[in-house]
Design a protein around this ligand. Structure first.
Ligand code: FAD
Length: 420
């Protein structure tokens, strides 16, 4: 089959890879000059299966209310005259009910766990190196109430088979000695040895190179403007190529992996995806003192920041702003990140040479992605991976390739179709 994948972020590139492995002729269309130059460029880099709790939960609701009006708050919500934002928020509130939280968590853990195994197998097969570290993920807490809540969450995750261990403050420092200076403020943590971290951009760029060598056609600088459909099938896609020429490309099947930009392209077909951009920031610092910078991937839960050591760099990412599609950097938010990291690891990095970045997480209200077929027979979705697109990418791509190939995916997940 000829398959066109729309979008060369980590999800589109992984989908293309597994589709090619399944024997299809694959073309990827991407508006940027290379792969992974939008949301998959400089994220937090955690492969975080055991800390995959969706943001939609009763505690988050409280945090949103508390942070209203605070420019440096980890969660920032600005109401806009945008019906999608309003509908999205109402659904988010619905997904905060305990029964929904439990159901969403089961889905996310299933696909994330499958994905981590798929990533590990793919890495072993291809030899891709992406500053990956399999030293686990450690959440640490400086607020007793947050820690108590985390202990309850950890118990729920253990029931789903995630090996999350609740530990005291001394154990936190034993696992990550770079946190020694922060010891007086620590109240505890929880640790999962099986989680990992690694540079998502390096991974995706190398997978694209290997994919090209295996026969995948990547067309960069190519913007998709419209899907052409009739009689319940997509016939082609309209694109503008790098030279500004309008073209129509045809294929047997089409996969939408456009992250936050998926809903706009699908709306004219009557497919209404509930995906809203959740803008997040990252800062990348050159490491000055290798021993003073963490090597275990960390989550500073109170400040909603994740930290991953990427070779001689330290990546710190977090915050979420529901405020439309702008990727402009807000200096107040950038400085808040650096202030916190400098406070935790003084002297570890060259904080004056921070490289700031912002990306748009393709958030569904539940944080469960859309993977699977739509009501158009040859149109497939692999999008809406929200806060965990890197964690879920390989498993989502592999499962999607199975579905396109008419095979049953190996993972128990409620694949889309019904909602679309
Ligand atoms: C600050 C931050 C921290 C994060 N940390 C983590 C983490 O630690 N772990 C984790 O698992 N996840 C994390 N995420 C989430 C993760 O980065 C995303 O879920 C993931 O990158 C989404 O990948 P994607 O391929 O779906 O989207 P994208 O990477 O956005 O890819 C979509 C592609 O489609 C292209 N495109 C869009 N419209 C068009 C068009 N019309 N024509 C052609 N091409 C088009 C874009 O250029 C883009 O390349 C984080 C996100 C942010 C913002």
């Amino acid at each position: 089959m000829n398959v066109i994948v729309l979008g060369a972020g980590v999800v589109g590139t992984a989908s293309a890879w597994y589709l090619r492995q399944a024997g299809h002729e694959v073309t990827v269309l991407e508006r940027q000059p290379g792969p992974a130059l939008e949301t998959s460029f400089a994220n937090g880099c955690q492969i975080s299966v055991s800390h995959a709790e969706p943001w939609a939960n009763p505690a988050s609701l409280l945090k949103v209310v508390r942070s209203l009006g605070r420019e440096d708050a980890p969660l920032l919500f600005r109401l806009r005259a945008d019906p999608l934002q309003w509908r999205w928020c109402l659904r988010f509130v619905r997904e905060c009910r305990p029964a929904r939280v439990a159901a969403n968590l089961r889905q996310i853990v299933a696909i994330a766990d499958y994905s981590r195994r798929s990533l590990q197998a793919l890495r072993a097969e291809t030899g891709i190196e992406h500053d990956n570290l399999a030293r686990g993920i450690l959440h640490f807490y400086t607020d007793q109430r947050e820690f108590d809540r985390a202990c309850r969450a950890a118990a729920a995750m253990r029931e789903l088979g995630c090996p999350r261990t609740t530990i005291d403050a001394d154990e936190v420092v034993r696992i990550e000695p770079a946190l020694g200076g922060a010891r007086p403020r620590l109240v505890g943590g929880d640790f999962t040895a099986s989680d990992e971290s690694g540079d998502v951009y390096q991974f995706t760029a190398q997978l694209a190179v290997r994919g090209e060598a295996a026969g995948i056609g990547f067309r960069y600088n190519t913007t998709v403007t419209r899907l052409l459909a009739d009689a319940g099938k997509v016939r082609g896609v309209e694109v503008i190529d790098g030279e500004g020429r309008h073209r129509v490309l045809h294929a047997d099947a089409f996969v939408i992996a456009l992250g936050s930009f998926s809903p706009a392209l699908l709306a004219p077909l009557g497919i209404r995806l509930m995906i809203y951009p959740g803008k997040g920031y990252s800062a990348t610092y050159p490491v000055l003192d290798a021993a003073a910078a963490p090597t275990v991937s960390l989550t500073d839960d109170g400040h909603k920041l994740v930290l991953s050591r990427l070779g001689s760099r330290l990546r710190v990412a977090g915050t979420c702003e529901l405020n439309g599609y702008s990727r402009a950097l807000n200096t107040v938010r950038c400085e808040a990140i650096t202030r916190r990291v400098r406070e935790l690891f003084p002297g570890a990095c060259d904080y004056d040479r921070a490289r700031y970045w912002a990306g748009l997480r393709p958030l569904t209200p539940s944080n469960v992605p859309y993977i699977g077929r739509t009501r158009h027979a040859n149109l497939y979705l692999n999008t809406g991976h929200g806060t965990l697109g890197w964690t879920m990418a390989c498993g989502s791509g592999r499962a999607l390739a199975d579905i396109v190939s008419g095979r049953r995916p190996e993972v128990a997940f409620a694949f889309s179709g019904s909602a679309t």
